[in-house]
Design a protein around this ligand. Structure first.
Ligand SMILES: Cc1cc2nc3c(=O)[nH]c(=O)nc-3n(C[C@H](O)[C@H](O)[C@H](O)COP(=O)(O)OP(=O)(O)OC[C@H]3O[C@@H](n4cnc5c(N)ncnc54)[C@H](O)[C@@H]3O)c2cc1C
Length: 403
C-alpha cells in the first residue's frame, strides 16, 4: 500500500521524453530530490519519432550566416559526445548510434560552396568534402559535392532506455486523466499533487517546491490544469515517410538552395530489416497530402536525389507527428524555451540536440536544493513504472508496396 503521507520533494517533472529524462539526471546529480511522472510511455510523442541527429547548426546556416539557431546548438555535438563516450554524466554508454556522422549532399543549386558554409558561419562542426572513393555507397552516383558532417545520430529508443535504466526508482507512471489532481494556492502555484495508482488505486501525495513540465505537446493540458495559459505553446506538424527493406545505411541531408530537401536516417526494425525515416521538406509539404500521395511524392524525390539507389521492392508508410515548442508565432524557436510562473516551469527543448542545454538552464533557474533529509523511496517502491515507447515503424500497420 502506498503512503498517503505527503512526500516532500524538491522537484516533480512531468513528461519522460528526452528533455525530462536528461533533466531528471541533472537534478539528481545536483542533489535535488526529484521524481518524474510519465503519463504513457517514455518518449511517446516526439523523441521516439525523431531522427536522432545531434545537430551542430549547419542545417540552420546554409545561407552562410551564423543564425541564432545555429549559435544555440553549435556546442551540442561535443557535449553529447562527452556523454556518449562516458566521459561526462549522464553516461550514455548504452545508447546506440545510428551513425558516427551524417552526410551532406547537394542537388545542382549549391555547387561546390557546400564545404565552405559551416566554416564561414563559425560553426564547430563543419562539412568535410569527400573524395569519390570515400563516399558511402548510397551517394556514389550523386553528381554534386558529397561531404561528411561530424554530427552523430543516436537511436532514440536506446537513449531513453539508457537514462530510464539509471533512474528507474525515480520514474512513476501516472494516469494523467483520472489519477492526477493539482492542489493550487494560485494560478501556477502548486501546493500538492494528488496521484492515484493506475493499477491498484492506491494514492500518493507529492509536495514539491518546484514543478517542471517537459511533456512536449502535453504541456498545454498540464498548464491548463494549473491555471496557466496554453497560448505559450505552438505545434508545427510533420508528415514523415518510412521505407523498409533492403536499403543501404544512410544518415544525412540533401540540401537544395537554403532548404533541406530530404533528411534520411537509418534504423533497424525488430526483424533486422533496414528502415529509413525521411524528413526535411518532404515531411513539411507532406502535411497537406494523404499517405498515398505523400509516398508517391517521396518516391519521386528520393529517385531524384539518390540516383544510384534501387528502391524496388521496399515497403512504404507514413506517420504524422507535431513538433511541440514554445510559441514563436509559427516559426522555429531559435533556442530552448523556458517559462516560469509561480513554482511551475514549462519547458520545450525545440530540438533533441538541445536537451543538455535545456537541463542546464533549468538547474540554474532552480538554484539550490532544500537542505533536508533525502526523501524515502520506499513510499513509491511499489508504484508502476513507465516503459519506453515503441518506434513508429514497430506500431505502423499500413505499409504500401506498390507505389
Ligand atoms: C519527426 C521528428 C524528427 C525530429 N528529428 C530531430 C533530430 O533529428 N534532431 C533533433 O535534435 N531534434 C529532432 N526533433 C525534435 C525533437 O524530437 C524534440 O525537440 C524532442 O524530442 C522533444 O522532447 P521532449 O522530451 O520535450 O518531448 P516528447 O519527446 O514529446 O516527450 C514528452 C513526454 O511527455 C509525456 N507526457 C505527455 N503528457 C503528459 C502528462 N500530462 N503527464 C505526464 N507526462 C506526459 C509523453 O508521454 C512523453 O513521454 C524531431 C522531431 C520530430 C517530430
Amino acid at each position: 500500500m502506498a503512503s498517503t503521507r505527503p512526500l516532500e520533494l524538491d522537484v516533480v517533472i512531468f513528461g519522460g521524453g528526452g528533455a525530462g529524462l536528461w533533466l531528471l539526471d541533472e537534478l539528481i546529480r545536483h542533489g535535488f530530490d526529484t521524481v518524474l511522472l510519465e503519463a504513457a510511455q517514455l518518449g511517446r510523442g516526439q523523441t521516439i519519432a525523431s531522427q536522432g541527429i545531434i545537430h551542430g547548426g549547419l542545417k540552420y546556416s546554409i545561407s552562410g550566416l551564423l543564425t541564432p539557431s545555429a549559435q544555440a546548438v553549435r556546442d551540442m555535438p561535443a557535449r553529447w559526445r562527452q556523454s556518449l563516450t562516458g566521459q561526462k554524466p549522464p553516461r550514455l554508454t548504452r545508447t546506440l548510434l545510428r551513425g558516427e556522422h551524417c552526410h551532406l549532399w547537394q542537388t545542382a543549386a549549391l555547387k561546390s560552396k557546400l564545404a565552405m558554409i559551416g566554416a564561414r558561419a563559425g560553426l564547430r562542426v563543419t562539412p568535410a568534402k569527400l573524395s569519390r572513393e570515400d563516399r558511402p555507397p548510397a551517394l556514389g552516383d550523386c553528381p554534386g559535392v558529397v561531404a561528411r558532417l561530424d554530427e552523430q545520430v543516436i537511436e532514440p529508443a536506446s537513449f531513453l532506455a539508457d537514462l530510464a535504466g539509471q533512474h528507474h526508482l525515480n520514474l512513476l507512471r501516472i494516469d494523467a486523466q483520472g489519477g492526477l489532481r493539482f492542489e493550487l494556492r494560485d494560478a501556477g502555484q502548486v501546493e500538492a499533487i494528488h496521484l492515484i495508482d493506475p493499477d491498484s488505486s492506491d494514492s500518493l501525495i507529492l509536495q514539491p517546491r518546484h514543478i517542471v513540465f517537459t511533456a512536449g505537446a502535453g504541456n498545454a493540458q498540464l498548464r491548463r490544469a494549473v491555471g496557466l495559459s496554453q497560448r505559450a505553446m505552438q505545434r508545427r506538424p510533420l508528415h514523415m515517410v518510412m521505407l523498409r527493406g533492403e536499403l543501404p545505411i544512410l544518415n544525412g541531408h540533401c540540401v537544395d538552395g537554403a532548404t533541406t530537401r530530404v533528411t534520411i536516417t537509418s534504423a533497424q526494425d525488430s526483424s533486422g530489416a533496414t528502415v529509413w525515416q525521411v524528413g526535411g521538406r518532404v515531411a513539411e509539404i507532406g502535411v497537406a497530402m494523404s499517405p498515398q500521395k505523400l509516398v508517391s511524392h517521396a518516391r519521386g524525390e528520393l529517385e531524384a536525389v539518390l540516383p544510384g539507389v534501387d528502391l524496388g521492392g521496399v515497403q512504404w508508410a507514413t506517420y504524422r507527428i507535431d513538433r511541440a515548442e514554445g510559441d514563436a508565432s509559427g516559426r522555429r524557436p531559435d533556442d530552448v524555451s523556458i517559462i516560469e510562473h509561480g513554482n511551475v516551469i514549462t519547458a520545450w527543448p525545440t530540438k533533441l540536440a538541445l536537451v543538455p542545454r535545456l537541463a542546464q538552464r533549468i538547474v540554474s533557474v532552480l538554484g539550490q536544493p532544500a537542505s533536508r533529509r533525502p526523501f524515502d523511496p520506499s513510499a513509491i517502491e511499489n508504484w508502476p513504472r513507465p516503459a519506453v515507447a515503441q518506434p513508429p515503424w514497430e506500431i505502423q500497420q499500413q505499409w504500401f508496396t506498390d507505389v
